[in-house]
Design a protein around this ligand. Structure first.
Ligand code: MOS
Length: 693
């Protein structure tokens, strides 16, 4: 079932085939498409978090130079409601006077130049009638609601209360994580071109077909009349995975005005225009025997969602699959607040949940006097502890062993605060990582041309993960041709359908479709090495869900932190991560994915927090000066190892997903290392210096 390795392209570290295009500026991102005679759109946002629009004063804005039209709820066409994804937000823009959150689009100014649109947007005056607002979800946990999420909100196995009642040692702790934003380098942009009754969108999208489905639906036009093109995406991390008001508004404006409309979000807009990762309140209760075996695990989580839209960050998921225990109870609830709707962000669910769960486990290990790594080994789950089914593949034991060896875990002194270098306190911490696996139905077409060139066509996206390189490697490998002879065309709904580039799924999904197409092409060739006419083959991947198997990726993460004794600014000196994540197609881009994830983990542990003004319901700093992400100086030694393995159940390639796995467990390992260095347990992330004083 797995790839026949011809020249062993798969598994060979290969530089990005699109690297030259990117560094030379030839790569075309959404806003880069040259267009004749475009109009420019600038969005105006609500300054209040709740209430209604009483009136607009548009006189100055409308008479400003170059203004073509100002859309508000008073003159915008009615949109067709849609109650589910691919919309990230079902509360559609400019449809009523209702205000649900600060930053909600209330007007779209269209002008001949960007500067004219920006100028006129500043002249738009809105009179609001302010309503009561609820901003802080933590103040309203008792108003929790059940929300439908990507995963079940609750699970229960065994009797947790009985288990806790009989436990020798118990831990009951509450952890908090902060609101975070995706902040991709490329802010979302949409260029809408309505021409001859058909709409083309040049968009920054993680799922071109999803944009097509949603935009066609809400504009009430046939699917076939919409084409979405997304050739290069400057980072997505989840925020470009769904369809948001700005994409709809750009399309609407182009239809109304009969000209191309270019709409680029500003950095400030990106804080309210396309979701965020929720803050969380997570209570973890663990019970164990004296020798460190779990008898009960309880993980409850609360996160915010919007007034008119449901999103559930299922933080309590790691507890479901990570460790053996006869009793496991998980529960996820949401609290409505006057803020935009959250959305997945690398790494959602397990990535947020692991912060609390893996730190709580560390606390239990100290309480028992058991080495944290040993604690995890004693509770190693041979089967999925919630479903009782075997894992499709799991080599986590190897990850622990290799990770401990590479990191030098044995050099760790068991007592916190006892490892020092002069005035520097040194801490070693570790955590486990587990991440769900999803696959998407995908199709691909491969053509062999006379002369030997091979062209792959598939509507998947490359958002930086390396699909421009990985997919040609798969085809080259299967066909036995050099990778340089393979070209790929992607990111266009006119191509064979593929799934979204999210959920760490593209290599498995589009990759398996490409592999199938290559196998078919080989069959059609029947031993020939060349063709006189182009020869095309199609391939399809239809993932089969099986309740008999549990499918995850795993990792073991070790971190060393340095904390100055007097000025406690934690520094991450090094991270070692070892991963059980299926066959690695391209070790070079795979390592890139993991070190990117680790860097996100450093941000989650120490820096990233979107602070809110609880009175105004507004993010305090909608920019990269106020929202601090790791810079190069924050990222030192990152050591990445993949276990050599092939998961035949996950995909035809034996590959699994790694786009998000690297961001899981890192913050917990760092938090645990900070405790080991200082003896101070911080349960409020990010761990800023003031929390260690
Ligand atoms: Mo990812 S948060 O599924 O783009």
């Amino acid at each position: 079932m797995t790839a026949v390795v011809g020249r062993a392209v798969v598994g060979t570290p290969t530089s990005r085939l699109d690297g030259r295009e990117k560094v030379s500026g030839e790569a075309r991102y959404a806003a880069d498409w040259p267009f004749e005679n475009p109009l420019y759109g600038v969005l105006v946002q609500s300054s209040i978090p709740s209430g209604r629009i009483d009136s607009f004063d548009l006189a100055a804005a409308e008479s400003a130079p170059g203004v073509a039209r100002i859309f508000t709820h008073l003159n915008a066409p009615r949109l067709v409601p849609m109650d589910s994804p691919p919309l990230g937000q079902t509360f559609l823009p400019l449809q009523s006077d209702r205000i649900d959150y600060e930053g909600q689009h209330v007007a779209l100014v269209i002008a001949e130049t960007l500067e004219q649109a920006q100028h006129a947007a500043r002249l738009v005056r809105v009179v609001y009638e302010r309503g009561p607002a609820r901003i802080d979800f933590r103040a309203h946990l008792t108003d929790e609601i059940e929300v439908q999420g990507f995963f079940p909100a609750d699970t229960s196995t065994g009797d947790v209360s009985a288990g806790l009642g009989g436990a020798d040692v118990k831990i009951d702790v509450t952890y908090r994580t902060a609101d975070r934003h995706h902040v991709p380098i490329e802010p979302s942009a949409t260029l809408a071109d309505w021409r001859d009754g058909k709409l083309t969108l040049y968009d920054a999208a993680q799922w071109v077909h999803g944009v097509r489905i949603a935009v066609a639906h809400v504009l009430g036009i046939p699917l076939d009349d919409v084409r979405v093109i997304s050739k290069f995406v400057g980072g997505g991390f989840g925020c470009k995975g769904f369809v948001w008001p700005h994409q709809i508004l750009a399309a609407m404006a182009s239809r109304e005005l009969g000209r191309p409309v270019k709409l680029v979000l500003s950095r400030a807009h990106t804080f309210t225009a396309h979701g965020y990762q929720t803050a969380s309140e997570q209570r973890v209760v663990l019970g164990a025997t004296r020798d460190g075996r779990f008898v009960a695990i309880r993980h409850h989580s609360w996160t915010p969602t919007a007034i008119s839209d449901d999103y559930l960050e299922t933080c309590a998921t790691p507890a479901r699959a990570s460790y053996a225990s006869g009793a496991i109870e998980t529960r996820n609830r949401a609290v409505r607040v006057n803020r935009g709707v959250p959305t997945p962000m690398r790494a959602p669910h397990e990535g947020v949940g692991a912060v609390a769960f893996e730190c709580a486990l560390d606390e239990l290990a100290y309480a028992l006097g058991v080495d944290p790594l040993e604690m995890r080994l004693r509770n190693y789950a041979e089967r999925d502890p919630t479903t009782g089914t075997p894992f499709s593949q799991k080599n986590l034991r190897e990850c622990y062993r290799i990770g401990a060896e590479r990191f030098g875990w044995a050099r760790r002194s068991p007592v916190p605060g006892t490892m020092r270098d002069g005035d520097t306190l040194i801490g070693y911490g570790m955590a486990g990582a587990v991440m769900f696996t999803v696959r998407m139905p995908s199709t691909a077409r491969i053509t062999l041309h006379p002369g030997g060139d091979v062209v792959i066509e598939t509507a998947t996206q490359d958002i930086g993960g390396g699909q421009y390189t990985i997919l040609p490697m798969i085809a080259a490998d299967a066909l036995g041709v050099p990778v340089e002879r393979v070209r790929i065309v992607l990111g266009d709904t006119a191509l064979p359908d593929a799934g979204g580039t999210f959920g760490s799924s593209s290599t498995m999904s589009a990759g398996s479709a490409v592999f199938t197409a290559a196998q078919e092409l080989k069959r059609l060739l029947g031993g020939r090495r060349s063709v006189s006419q182009p020869l095309t083959a199609e391939g399809k991947f239809q993932p089969e869900h099986s309740d008999a198997l549990s499918m995850f990726t795993f990792g073991a993460v070790f971190a060393e932190v340095h904390v100055d004794r007097d000025l406690p600014t934690p520094r991450v000196a090094r991270i070692t991560g070892v991963y059980s994540a299926g066959r690695i197609i391209n070790p070079k881009t795979a390592r890139s994915q993991i070190i990117g994830g680790m860097t996100w983990g450093i941000g989650q542990a120490l820096l990233e927090a979107s602070e809110l003004d609880l009175g105004l319901g507004r993010y305090l700093s909608k920019n990269l000066a106020g929202y601090v992400v790791p810079a190069c100086a924050d990222v030192r030694e990152l050591d990445v190892t993949f276990i050599e393995e092939v998961d035949e159940h996950a995909s035809l390639l034996g590959a699994k997903g790694i786009g998000e796995l690297g961001a899981v467990g890192v913050a917990a390992a760092i938090g645990n290392a900070i405790y080991h260095a200082t003896g101070t347990r911080v349960r409020d992330f990010p761990i800023r210096p003031e929390r260690l004083l």
